[in-house]
Design a protein around this ligand. Structure first.
Ligand code: ZN
Length: 282
C-alpha cells in the first residue's frame, strides 16, 4: 500500500509519502508556527528507530512556508537524499531574527552539502527502490526562473501507483504553468491527464489558477494546503478547482482543505484509493 499524508501545517505545505516498502519521502517541510511537524513525524513513524532518516526530501522551492521545519528535520530525521532547484540558492532570511536566519542557513548549508551523485540503487526516484511507486519531477527551465520570485522555481511532481496518479505542486505561477503546457514540456499533457488528486498550486489562490493545467489534470479531488483565509482569492478556490468530484461521507466533494479537513490521508492499493480526513492530529 502507498500512503500519502497532506499535513495540516497551516499556511505552508508538507506532503509525506510512505512507500509499500517502507520508505519515507517528504515533499516540502512547512510547519505550524507553534508545533513542529518533524517532531510529529519522529514520534509517529520513528519512535523505535532512533537513527531513522527520511529517505528523500523534495523541496518544490525554498520559500519559508515550504522549508520552515528544515532545521528540525536536519537535526532529527536528516534526509538521505535531497532534491531541490539548486539555482534558487543561496536564499536570504525573510526577517532578521534568529529563527529566520537559522532556517535560511540550514537550507543553504544543505544545498551545499548534498552534492554527490546518488547511486541508482539508492535513489528513491528509481521505481525499483520504492515498492513500485513511480515519481517524476518536472522542472521549469532556467530561462523562466528568477530569484526575484522564488515561486518561479516550483517544480511539479507526478506520483503514480497502481493506476492512481497524484500531481503535487509548489507555488507555481500561472504564467509558467501555461508555458509548460503550451510547449508540452516533457510530454506533460499525457503525464498529468486524468489524475486522481491534485495538490493545488500556490495554496489554491485563484489568481494563480491555470485553467489549461487544471482541465488536463481533471482530478477527482483537489487538496488545498492552507490555514484560515489570508488571501481573499482563496474564498473562491472551491468554485474554481472543480474536477470530477468524489462522494465522501455522503457528500459530493471537489476540494479538500487542510484548514477544514485537517490532515488528509490517501491510502492506495490495487483497485482502491481510500480517503481519510482529520487524521494524525498533532
Ligand atoms: Zn507556499
Amino acid at each position: 500500500m502507498m500512503k500519502i499524508n497532506f499535513y495540516d501545517v497551516e499556511h505552508g505545505s508538507c506532503t509525506h509519502i510512505i512507500t509499500p516498502n517502507g520508505k519515507h519521502i517528504l515533499i516540502d517541510v512547512g510547519s505550524r508556527e507553534s508545533k513542529s511537524i518533524v517532531s510529529h513525524l519522529k514520534n509517529t513513524y520513528f519512535r523505535y528507530n532512533y537513527y531513522g532518516q527520511i529517505d528523500q526530501l523534495i523541496i518544490t522551492h525554498p520559500h519559508e512556508d515550504h522549508i520552515y521545519d528544515l532545521p528540525a528535520l536536519c537535526d532529527k530525521l536528516k534526509p538521505r537524499i535531497l532534491h531541490r532547484p539548486q539555482s534558487a540558492f543561496p536564499i536570504v532570511p525573510t526577517q532578521d531574527t534568529q529563527l529566520h536566519r537559522e532556517i535560511a542557513k540550514c537550507a543553504n548549508d544543505m544545498n551545499n552539502e548534498y552534492n554527490s551523485p546518488v547511486a541508482p540503487e539508492n535513489n528513491p526516484l528509481n521505481q525499483a527502490n520504492n515498492g513500485g511507486i513511480e515519481i517524476e519531477i518536472i522542472t521549469p527551465p532556467s530561462s523562466e526562473t528568477t530569484k526575484d520570485d522564488l515561486n518561479t522555481f516550483s517544480n511539479i511532481i507526478i506520483v503514480k501507483y497502481e493506476g492512481y496518479k497524484f500531481i503535487l505542486t509548489g507555488d507555481n505561477p500561472k504564467s509558467i504553468l501555461q508555458k509548460i503546457m503550451d510547449r508540452n514540456q516533457d510530454n506533460i499533457r499525457q503525464k498529468i491527464a486524468y489524475s486522481t488528486v491534485l495538490l493545488a498550486p500556490h495554496h489554491g489562490r485563484t489568481g494563480e489558477f491555470c485553467e489549461d493545467f487544471f482541465k488536463c489534470i481533471n482530478p477527482f479531488l483537489t487538496v488545498v494546503s492552507d490555514k484560515s483565509i489570508v488571501h481573499t482569492t482563496q474564498e473562491e478556490t472551491s468554485n474554481v478547482y472543480k474536477g470530477r468530484g468524489a462522494e465522501l461521507d455522503g457528500k459530493n466533494r471537489y476540494v479538500l482543505t487542510t484548514r477544514n479537513d485537517g490532515t488528509i490521508t490517501f491510502e492506495v492499493a490495487k483497485n482502491s484509493c481510500t480517503v481519510f480526513m482529520n487524521t494524525e492530529s498533532y
